[in-house]
Ligand binder design. Structure first.
Ligand code: COA
Ligand code: MG
Length: 324
């Protein structure tokens, strides 16, 4: 193992994350009562330019008046290249003590994160805000992907990176037909088999982007999340997309419609086997401590500090799921 220990971000259950347009106030209570782990009220692309000021007011009111229970609540601010973003941050952080996270869309460079962190920190000091405010970033541009490692490391507030497939596709000028589904252009034709038939093999066009983002997130102790699956009438497609994201290291996925919440929660719940193994690791560690041993071993193998930290995170997650 490296001498560098990766500190995990604030432990939160984040199997699902619901997008709620800030202009649709009738959805706020429904989102609060849903089974989602995290939700973000959106001030960015789901809100038309004329509606931005009203949406901001709606969100502030909802953060103060809706009973969000134990939900993690985030707000997606507008991009740093817009005339809306500074007021999003100032008004919302000043007036919403309940807020858990800010979501930064189209993060392009580490300086973008630094700028938001600076604003948030000043407001905290000025207003005596005590609740910790985290940052989650959407990687959804060529620039953001080029700088993803620096973005992931840019602030101690960082908690998660999200892969925003639709804007990313537009940014890299990829030829796509849908949001987050399979791509009929991204195939290979096999050589002819013994019957002379050639088979089409579908690939995952987002494999590289998602894998690259996951590495940057995990190397900095952050959660990695897969973004939207546009066709909310296609649960099988959603599950397949979520499952392959989980296989690559993601721990959650967006829901853009309530029907996708249960699917995401199911697909990203850790297996019983993984939880049992994590508990065994922690028990082995406690036993080693009781016996005054420096090294922890399980099943004849040395357990490193990183594995113990991972086990702690997983057991905590299992407890949070059980508490639901
Ligand atoms: N949060 C909470 N509740 C929601 C919801 C959301 N994002 N989207 C829909 N609902 C509710 C509806 O109000 C409706 O409730 P009801 O049964 O009490 O009437 C129920 O879920 C079924 O919704 P439905 O009628 O099928 O959807 P819709 O036509 O109202 O809205 C969308 C469809 C896609 C416009 C809507 O789901 C939405 O705005 N999603 C978020 C999209 C978004 O933010 N995109 C930006 C990020 S990619
Ligand atoms: Mg986007």
């Amino acid at each position: 193992m490296s001498f560098t220990i990766v500190e995990p971000a604030t432990a939160r259950l984040n199997r699902s994350e619901l997008a709620v347009p800030g202009s649709r106030t009738e959805l706020f209570e429904k989102a609060a009562r849903s089974a989602v782990d995290v939700l973000f009220m959106d001030l960015e692309d789901a809100v038309a330019p004329d509606e931005k000021p009203q949406a901001r007011k709606n969100v502030i009111q909802a953060l103060n008046e809706v009973d969000w229970g134990d939900k993690v609540v985030s707000v997606r601010i507008n991009g740093l290249d817009t005339p809306y973003m500074y007021r999003d941050v100032v008004d919302i952080v000043e007036n919403c003590p309940r807020l858990d996270m800010i979501m930064i869309p189209k993060a392009g460079t580490a300086a973008d994160i630094y700028a938001v962190d600076m604003l948030v920190t000043q407001i905290e000091m000025a207003k005596g805000r005590t609740k910790r405010l985290g940052l989650e970033m959407i990687i959804e541009s060529a620039l953001g992907m080029q700088n993803v490692e620096a973005i992931a490391a840019a602030s101690k507030r960082n908690e998660a990176l999200h892969f925003g497939v639709a804007d990313y596709a537009a940014s890299i000028k990829a030829r796509t037909t849908n949001i987050g589904g399979a791509n009929p252009y991204y195939t290979m034709l096999s050589d002819a088999d013994s019957e002379g038939v050639r088979h089409t093999h579908w690939g995952d066009v987002w494999h590289y982007a998602l894998a690259r983002m996951v590495v940057a997130a995990r190397a900095n102790g952050l959660r990695a999340l897969e973004g939207p699956y546009g066709d909310f009438k296609d649960p099988d497609g959603f599950r397949a997309s979520a499952r392959r994201a989980a296989a690559l290291g993601c721990e959650g996925k967006w829901a853009i419609h309530p029907t996708q919440i249960a699917l995401a929660n199911e697909e990203f719940t850790p297996s019983e086997a993984d939880i049992t193994q994590a508990k065994r690791i922690l028990e082995a560690m406690e036993q080693a401590q009781r016996e005054g041993k420096g090294a922890v071993a399980l099943d004849g193998r040395l357990i490193d500090i990183a594995s113990i930290k991972q086990a702690e995170v997983l057991v905590k997650k299992a407890e949070m799921i059980a508490a639901r």
